[in-house]
Design a protein around this ligand. Sequence first.
Ligand code: FAD
Length: 396
Amino acid sequence: MDLRFSAEDEAFRHEAAGWLNEHLAGEFAAVRGRGGPGDEHALFDERLAWERKMGAAGWNCVGWPTEHGGRGATLSEQVIFHEEYARAGGPGRIGHIGETLLGPTVMAFGSAEQKRRFLRPIVRAEEIWCQGYSEPNAGSDLANVQTKAVLEGDRWVVTGQKVWTSGAHWSDWCFVLCRTEPDAPSHQALSYLLVPMKQPGVEIRPIVQMTGTSEFSEVFFEGARTDAANIVGARGEGWKVAMGTLAFERGASTLGQQHSFENELNHVFELARRNGAAADPVMRQRLADAWIGLRIMRYNALRMLTNADHAELGGEALITKLYWATWHRNLGKLAMDVLGARSEIAGDLPYDLTGLQRMFLFTRSDTIYAGTNQIQRNIIAERALGLPREPKLVPK
Ligand SMILES: Cc1cc2nc3c(=O)[nH]c(=O)nc-3n(C[C@H](O)[C@H](O)[C@H](O)COP(=O)(O)OP(=O)(O)OC[C@H]3O[C@@H](n4cnc5c(N)ncnc54)[C@H](O)[C@@H]3O)c2cc1C
């Protein structure tokens, strides 16, 4: 198996790195390294301007086909782009939900008119999207969503509550999984609607997280409206479309993040050398273990790319989410142990955490969002290992 990138890939790397380094300077120098977990609100307008700059130069949505405004980059090139983006210190992305989730979903399941209407504004970073799946009683058990939509004339009217909606407060649109067929069995009762966020029937209540910031919110729909045509797939096909989106969320879109993990790990190494923690034999083993884990992640990503066809990953991608999320959560804990007692003291008053503290707190959520570790294990058991399906609880 040849795990090396091809000469074309390396030429692409050179071009991407060159553009990023040249343009993450001057007016955009300040956004370098900003906007990551726990720092989501930093320099928002400047980061949005940066995404628009990338869009205008053809560096947004690089994996999308050129007919939809992308660059037609192969999977390997997409990974390379993510690596170079992290290496150059590119800021946390604002439009990533549109780029990695909604856009690919519209391309796979949407109508020609939806492709025309929704894809270009994502590439230009003119419309920002959020994901309206989870509800107070529907997380892992997503099919239990209770938000309802009723067709009144030429509009859907949406009522219900979503929760943990990342980026809701700065989004223009939300893709909402909701119940439109009350008499159908649960998996055929759902539809996938595209709902504008800036309207009177939508109320957003930010949730303050452990990091002190509000990356996500509760979203209340009280008679919110959207055009009848803003349904992806047919009525009652929402489950199928929603699963398509989840496959994008757990698959290729995360393959390129190892370089930002490496930046974090190097930071922890530096600290351990400086404060003497690296002299402790147990700590040394844990540091080495983290390094090995990251190498495994990288070689596994390369193995998947080698086996993949031009655009799709094979079944081995099923382990990706479980592996990276667990590794990253453990890195957060390791960082705090390297810091020792200092990890418990905020950088400044009233609650100004250091980057490593924010990383530790935010990584607690890695094994929850986009499917918890337990759910990922169920998926691996059933789809990759062919074990019997998880028994369903039958109501008495
Ligand atoms: C930072 C962050 C951002 C998020 N962003 C979004 C977003 O933008 N949009 C959105 O819609 N949602 C978002 N979520 C919500 C996320 O998708 C849910 O938190 C996740 O699906 C888990 O659902 P839950 O929180 O309801 O937990 P539950 O489903 O109630 O799970 C509780 C515990 O029970 C376990 N469990 C549940 N079912 C099973 C089972 N069948 N077998 C074994 N164990 C099981 C779980 O693994 C977990 O440990 C976000 C969450 C976080 C933390």
